[in-house]
Write a new protein. Structure first.
Length: 139
């Protein structure tokens, strides 16, 4: 069994962002040479997420609105975590809801998706360097 590891690097200009990383993940699969197997993609930070859904602008807007209602950033004093001097407790909660990672089958060297599925990096406490791990195993 072969394996391949690559990190994707991000530094968003905004606090929150939703970035389609499907092409970058497929490029890693292409580099790996693996034709049949599994691809794990995970955010390596506790205030970011990797998830699968549709790349539709209305849905991305709905995520932003829904997550902010669920775990609003302000007032930062509403969160015990922020007593440590941080202001990102909401980002931790948003990450918990959106998830840490996805695993996708690789078939004939391609991501084996259902209709409309794409892989996204969700940033909830941006404006600094972050990483996403792509780990591919198979033959």
């Amino acid at each position: 069994m072969k394996h391949y590891r690559q990190e994707l690097l991000f530094h968003t200009k905004t606090r929150r962002a939703y970035i389609n990383i499907t092409e970058q993940v497929q490029a890693a699969i292409d580099k790996s040479g693996i034709q049949e197997g599994l691809c794990l993609v995970n955010a390596m930070h506790i205030s970011a997420s990797v998830y699968i859904n549709d790349d539709e602008s209305g849905l991305l807007h709905d995520y932003e609105t829904w997550l902010e209602k669920l775990a609003p950033h302000a007032p930062v004093s509403q969160y015990k975590h922020n007593d440590t001097g941080e202001d990102n407790a909401d980002a931790h909660l948003k990450r918990q809801v959106m998830g840490r990672e996805v695993v996708v089958a690789v078939t004939r060297g391609k991501l084996d998706f259902g209709p409309w599925e794409q892989i996204f990096y969700g940033e909830f406490d941006g404006r600094r360097d972050k990483r996403v791990l792509v780990k591919i195993i198979g033959e």
